[in-house]
Design a protein around this ligand. Structure first.
Ligand SMILES: [Cu+2]
Length: 153
């Protein structure tokens, strides 16, 4: 009887879903330095997940409010559009990059200084909350130099 219970416990343990930090990975996260705290900042990352998931929201103690924005082109005009929930398809990398999707930091408490890091918490529908340290790069940066995207192009 006791043996059966131990065996059942072992099976239960193995069949548990993988821990949150193993199913979703947030890579190459970075933010662009800002000149003034009164201007919104922008942060970027590459997100990949082993299972279909959705990024529901982002928070940071550095900002009053963080929005996920996409860029929508209307002729020659591009404008930012809030994304309610960002789909992260299983096994596919979703990249937030300048000129495209980004995390907009509204109501910055301080300007983002190059060399600093700010914590950001990404909330996923299935994987829960993942907090990453985001490196603040220079004002003209296009991404981390050692990123796969940067190295490949
Ligand atoms: Cu924006």
């Amino acid at each position: 009887m006791k043996k059966t219970l131990v065996l059942l416990m072992a099976i239960w343990a193995i069949s548990q879903p993988v821990a949150a930090d193993e199913s979703v990975r947030v890579l190459d996260n970075w933010a662009r330095a800002s000149i003034l705290a009164s201007r919104p900042g922008a942060a970027y990352a590459t997100i990949e997940s082993a299972l279909d998931d959705r990024l529901l929201g982002v928070t940071s103690p550095a900002a009053g409010h963080v929005m996920i924005h996409a860029i929508e082109k209307d002729g020659d005009v591009s404008r930012m559009k809030p994304v309610g929930a960002l789909a992260i398809p299983a096994g596919k990398r979703v990249t937030l990059a300048p000129g495209s999707m980004h995390m907009m930091l509204m109501g910055l408490h301080d300007k983002l200084d190059e060399g600093a890091t700010i914590p950001m918490t990404l909330s996923f529908e299935k994987s829960g909350e993942i907090t990453v340290e985001v490196s603040v790069l220079g004002i003209a940066a296009d991404g981390p130099e050692n990123s796969e995207r940067g190295a490949g192009q």
